[in-house]
Design a protein around this ligand. Structure first.
Ligand SMILES: [Ca+2]
Ligand SMILES: [Ca+2]
Ligand SMILES: [Ca+2]
Ligand SMILES: [Ca+2]
Length: 266
């Protein structure tokens, strides 16, 4: 009883002993034992964080018994929310796992395919830009084939203020496609405006951990402009698919954009 009172006064607003408990609410649903409200003041909001364990080994050290059916954890190593089914841990959902609808990164509403860049994004206005933008942003209006927001590049070296004079590599998260045994298609679109000597872009698809031959999208030469779509078949039986793009570019009058990245199962 004392413990319960201390517990309640520390964090909780309790309503009645032996009935419902509310966190951030004085009127938990009568149908619940515990209701957690996302807000108390309609200004500050929060979510429910499940217990996170760093690795599979850490998860295994929990050692649940048959009677612990329903125990939940999020495992950082595999990015999966998992439930103990009495015998083994079962995925409820894994991030970076393809489903029948595919994974997408179009920098608009469909952003389930995550990515990172080894060069931090920057915004130096018309003097240099690397990041998500659209063609209302100055000279990016020269890019006409991409849709709404895209990944844009302008003067990637930015005279040393930002960016790099070498290559920036954008790496898309490796996707578990084992749930799509018939394989699928990886695709994306690109557009380059007035690329000169020294402005280049390549991509590499990685199948089951093995990088495939790198493909050059553009070898810049005297204001060369190009746009198009890349479509790469993913063989049946593939377990994982990855994609990286590397690009270098100098000059505030030439532009690059990438958009509509997708892995769609067959
Ligand atoms: Ca887009
Ligand atoms: Ca610049
Ligand atoms: Ca420059
Ligand atoms: Ca250039």
């Amino acid at each position: 009883m004392m413990l319960r009172l201390i517990f309640c006064s520390f964090l909780f607003i309790c309503t009645g002993m032996f009935s419902q408990v509310g966190i951030n609410t004085t009127s938990p649903s009568p149908a619940s034992i515990l209701e957690i409200s996302s807000t108390q003041d309609n200004i500050h909001f929060g979510g429910l964080m499940p217990p996170r364990v760093p690795t599979i080994a850490n998860r295994n050290s929990i050692g649940p018994s048959f009677s612990d059916i329903g125990l939940l954890v999020f495992v950082d190593e595999v990015q999966c929310l998992q439930v103990w089914n009495g015998t083994t841990w079962e995925d409820i959902h894994c991030l970076n796992e393809v489903n029948l609808l595919g994974v997408y990164q179009n920098f608009d509403l469909n952003t389930s395919w995550g990515y990172t860049s080894d060069v931090p994004f920057f915004d130096n206005g018309t003097d240099g830009y690397f990041g998500v933008t659209d063609n209302s942003n100055g000279g990016f209006s020269n890019l006409t084939t991409l849709t709404n927001q895209f990944l844009g590049i302008l003067d990637l070296d930015d005279e040393g203020v930002n960016g790099t004079s070498g290559f920036a590599t954008i790496t898309f998260n490796t996707i578990d496609i084992s749930g799509a045994p018939a394989g699928g298609t990886l695709s994306f679109s690109y557009e380059f405006f007035e690329f000169d000597t020294g402005d280049d872009a390549f991509y590499t698809v990685t199948i089951d951990g093995v990088p495939q031959a790198e493909v050059q999208l553009i070898n810049g030469l005297s204001n060369l402009s190009l746009s198009g779509n890349v479509t790469v078949p993913i063989p049946p039986g593939t377990s994982t698919v990855g994609l990286s793009i590397r690009i270098r570019q100098d000059g505030a009058s030439d532009f690059a954009g990438f958009d509509n990245f997708a892995i769609i199962p067959n």
